[in-house]
Design a protein around this ligand. Structure first.
Ligand SMILES: Cc1cc2nc3c(=O)[nH]c(=O)nc-3n(C[C@H](O)[C@H](O)[C@H](O)COP(=O)(O)OP(=O)(O)OC[C@H]3O[C@@H](n4cnc5c(N)ncnc54)[C@H](O)[C@@H]3O)c2cc1C
Length: 440
């Protein structure tokens, strides 16, 4: 214990604080960390990593904790919570610097009045910059700009050896490639230089309802091909055979609704929403989700040609899932962005589909939630069989053979990066396949 005393002196041991980091959004696993560290500066994060490395303490890096599957949880080490690394600074007209613990919603708010927004936003304002860059980051503009990991110019990272390193496609490019979609395995993203795009003065979204998946698929394909909307999302809802196509535009001058929607084959225009809060418009309100519910969620990136089959027969029959407040299937169209992220595994085709099964179960439905997790594992095999790749927005519990299939030749590269950037395995392995040896 003396060997570990320095780290624990600098960290929080209070049970309430530890309990607060014992679950993630999935809520399927509970692990109470031995301590919680909340660095307020990058220098402090460097000291914590060096101290943890010296004293053999494993760190689970945590941002907003929205992943599902336990990657940010540990009961034999400490959680390093990044949310106090929350500084935002302009870095030119089309670039903003945000520390790793900045929440996307706060970043968007800080840009109010500039008529600029990050090229891609996720639909939850409480997820952090470092957390979604560690996964991928897809959203309603991905049909134009790809994923968030493909829209960063440079990063600052604290590696497992406690070095503070700037990296980009031309400078320390190996580290830049390792940490984007790297699931916190190679370093802590302490700052990101994020590309901005011009934004409209207002946002208008039309919710179109379809009962016929063929007509929806036609419209989905046509709108992506014609690139005529700024924001696109499909939801298959837990009510009969309802497909909702949410198409949105950003505008300065009053749009002509009839012209925009005239060529589409929907059954009904269910809602029109108009707001000046353009950046927050695509984000679900935080009160829309309860952290007391179980969330067996999985996401995939699928080849475009699977569109009609996944719409024709949703792989999870939502009518048969236990009724939580919500359960739905979500689709975003996606394209490659500007800078390839090699650990963001996706089918080679362009465009592609981001496909998510999102179920919500009540506090007393743990058993049903466990059954759903198993069902999602079967669905994963089916989708991988169709050429899809898991999108690691949460833990997936893959076996070594499944990881090999997932990463292909990038697995060996990932193992090399782990040896280079985190040789003592300071960062909690979290079910990921890059670390060798006995530590878990
Ligand atoms: C309601 C909801 C909506 C979502 N919507 C979207 C969406 O629209 N698009 C999308 O792409 N995803 C979406 N997700 C998934 C989400 O983007 C990922 O789970 C993301 O990783 C969560 O970010 P976080 O800050 O909560 O990270 P956490 O859950 O805290 O961490 C996730 C992973 O990132 C690592 N990590 C965290 N911070 C850092 C850092 N600074 N440096 C290095 N590694 C780090 C952790 O170790 C962990 O492995 C959604 C999730 C929820 C719950």
């Amino acid at each position: 214990m003396t060997k570990r005393k320095h780290f624990f002196q600098g960290a929080i041991r209070d049970l309430e604080q530890r309990e607060a980091r014992a679950f993630d959004f999935g809520r399927m696993t509970r692990r109470v960390p031995e301590a919680v560290a909340t660095p307020r500066s990058v220098e402090e994060a460097v000291d914590l990593v060096r101290c943890a490395s010296r004293e053999g303490i494993q760190l689970a890096v945590r941002g907003g904790g929205h992943s599902q599957g336990g990657q940010t949880l540990t009961d034999h080490g400490a959680v390093l919570d990044t949310t106090r690394l929350d500084r935002i600074q302009p870095a030119g007209p089309d670039l903003v610097r945000a520390q790793g613990g900045v929440r996307w919603g706060d970043l968007v708010d800080s840009l109010e009045g500039t008529r600029r927004l990050p090229a891609v936003l996720v639909d939850i304002g409480e997820a952090t910059v470092g957390g979604t860059l560690a996964a991928g980051g897809v959203g309603t503009t991905s049909h134009r700009y790809g994923a968030q990991v493909e829209q960063v110019e440079q990063l600052e990272v604290v590696t497992g050896t406690g070095e503070r390193v700037r990296c980009s496609p031309t400078r320390n490019a190996g580290l830049f490639d390792a940490v984007r979609s790297g699931q916190g395995q190679f370093g802590i993203i302490t700052e990101a230089w994020i590309r901005l795009r011009p934004a409209g003065a207002r946002f208008r979204q039309y919710e179109l309802h379809y009962h016929d998946y063929e007509r929806l698929a036609d419209d989905f394909e046509r709108t992506v091909e014609a690139d005529c909307f700024d924001h696109l999302r499909v939801e298959i809802r837990h009510r009969g055979n309802l497909f909702a196509f949410l198409v949105g535009i950003e505008y300065d001058e009053e749009p002509d609704d009839g012209r925009l929607l005239g060529a589409l084959g929907h059954d009904e225009l269910a809602f029109t929403r108009d707001t000046a809060s353009v950046g927050r418009a695509g984000m679900f309100p935080s009160w829309g989700f309860s952290w007391l519910h179980y969330h067996p969620w999985r996401d995939w990136l699928l080849p475009w040609e699977t569109l009609r089959s996944v719409l024709a027969e949703p792989l999870l029959d939502l009518e048969s899932t236990p009724r939580g407040p919500w359960s739905w299937i979500g689709l975003y169209p996606g394209r490659r962005g500007e800078v390839e992220a090699p650990l963001f595994m996706r089918p080679p085709q362009d465009p592609l589909i981001s496909y998510s099964i999102l179920t919500v179960l009540g506090e007393f439905q743990y058993e049903q939630a466990t059954e759903l997790v198993e069902k999602l594992e079967d669905i994963d095999r089916e989708l991988v069989g169709l050429g899809g790749k898991s999108y690691l927005s949460g833990g997936v519990g893959y076996s070594p053979a499944q990881w090999e299939q997932h990463y292909g030749e990038m697995l060996e590269q990932g193992i090399k990066w782990k040896q280079e950037f985190d040789p003592d395995q300071v960062f909690h392995r979290a079910g990921m396949p890059f670390a060798a040896g006995p530590r878990t």
